[in-house]
Design a protein around this ligand. Structure first.
Ligand code: ATP
Length: 393
């Protein structure tokens, strides 16, 4: 099959209308450089930060038309924030819009600014046998939160820990697919449920219990009781870490969940674009409200490595999350490249950390897992043992 050229891709992208239906995205100058490698096309489209959500169909259309080109097997398109538009930079740099918990997200430090009506979080009971529960969260959907959660869990396991995963993304459970688990969990004596298991980790997901369409129409109180049941009435056994894949967003449902689960800390996943970072900030504020320490930020789809040459391209505005982490004083946990194998292995239910454990992506996840564990240990030291140890000489 002959190689597809950039020009062919751009020509096809000329059929995609611009944001206000005028012109096309190529002639409006919105399309980044296009990389084609191994039949796959990668590029980004620049949009005003505040219109990202509304313009997602435009992104999807661009992926679709490019995939239709004979010789192209996949297309990966990201939206990046427009720095030139009048409102772009202002929106991007504005302090987190509405900043409820002030700008410092260090939940463990503050205690007076609780959630509206929210009680102090100290009293949440832990789960017997479970060392630490950590949340993986994102300010908005589609940034790769579940992909990060599953690979982080597998990387913690690869680092020698006993690991469980709780899929709290009740509206769109993805763990059954990501970990290739089907069937219903077994009921043990009493009300206890036996967690499902694959790749050496224990897993509980609403996806095992109800059909996805059913989950979609659940209401607040039902969600809460389902979540608590999945947390407390599951025979987790002894675990060092339970990784909770949170639902995307920072609304009331997420806040309640963050409140209900006795979390030791949270990992925030963001893509590098300014517009994703704005949402990530909301995520940080949410955990600060419920006094959950933020273990750090992961930048996902940070950069792109061409599979044929190994060259690295920073087409997605790499580095934004690291700067953000520095600015607000939370640890930066690492950057995950955008690669076709991360996507394909996730889709196939064989995440990279297990399917290609010696590859570059698995290494990145293992390093992130090491940092997460270090942060947890540091917090534990601070929280539980405030007093210095007495040493006899
Ligand atoms: N680093 C990456 N490289 C390539 N593809 C990725 C990467 N991270 C995530 N993806 C892909 O992006 C898509 C969205 O990822 P994922 O489902 O993990 O996001 P999410 O934030 O959990 O989304 P939602 O909250 O909407 O469920 C998936 O198709 C996934 O395979």
């Amino acid at each position: 099959m002959t190689d597809v050229s950039k020009e062919q891709v751009l020509e096809r992208l000329r059929t995609v209308r611009g944001p206000d239906m005028d012109g096309n995205i190529v002639d409006l100058g919105l399309v980044s450089d296009v990389f084609i490698s191994d039949g796959k096309a990668y590029f980004s489209i620049t949009v005003p930060a505040e219109r990202a959500r509304e313009l997602d169909p435009m992104r999807a259309a661009a992926e679709r038309v490019v995939k239709e080109i004979p010789g192209i097997t996949a297309a990966m398109v990201a939206l990046t924030a427009d720095k030139r538009s009048a409102s772009g930079p202002a929106a991007a740099r504005a302090p987190a819009p509405p900043p409820p918990g002030r700008s410092a997200p260090q939940g463990h430090a503050g205690h007076a600014h609780g959630a509206p009506g929210g009680a102090p979080q100290r009293a949440k009971a832990g789960i017997p046998g479970v060392g630490a529960i950590i949340a993986v969260a994102s300010g908005k959907g589609g940034v790769g939160k579940s992909t990060t959660a599953v690979n982080l869990a597998l990387a913690l396991k690869a680092n020698g820990l006993r690991v469980g995963v709780l899929d709290a993304d009740i509206y769109g459970p993805s763990m059954p697919r990501l970990l290739k688990i089907s069937g219903r969990p077994q009921q043990l004596e009493g009300r206890t449920i036996k967690p499902m298991e694959n790749y050496g980790i224990k897993v509980m997901s609403m996806g095992f219990l109800v059909d996805e369409e059913v989950a979609m129409i659940w209401r607040g109180p039902m969600i809460q009781s389902a979540l608590l049941q999945m947390l407390r009435e599951v025979a987790w056994g002894d675990l060092d870490v339970l990784v909770v894949d949170m639902p995307p967003g920072t609304g009331d449902a997420q806040l309640t969940m963050a409140q209900q689960v006795p979390l030791a800390g949270a990992v925030i996943v963001s893509t590098p674009q300014d517009l994703a970072l704005i949402d990530a900030r909301k995520g940080l504020n949410m955990f600060s409200k419920v006094e959950v320490p933020v273990l750090g930020i992961v930048e996902n789809m940070s950069y792109f490595i061409a599979p044929d040459t190994g060259n690295r391209y920073d087409i997605f505005g790499h580095g934004g999350a690291r700067k953000e982490a520095e600015r607000i004083g939370v640890p930066f946990l690492g950057e995950v490249p955008l690669t076709m194998d991360i996507r394909e292995t996730s889709d196939a239910g064989t995440p990279v950390v297990v399917s290609n454990p010696d590859g570059a992506a698995a290494k990145v996840y293992r390093e992130i897992a090491t940092r997460v564990w270090q942060e947890l240990e540091t917090l534990k030291g601070k929280g539980e043992r405030g007093a210095p140890a007495i040493v006899f000489e």
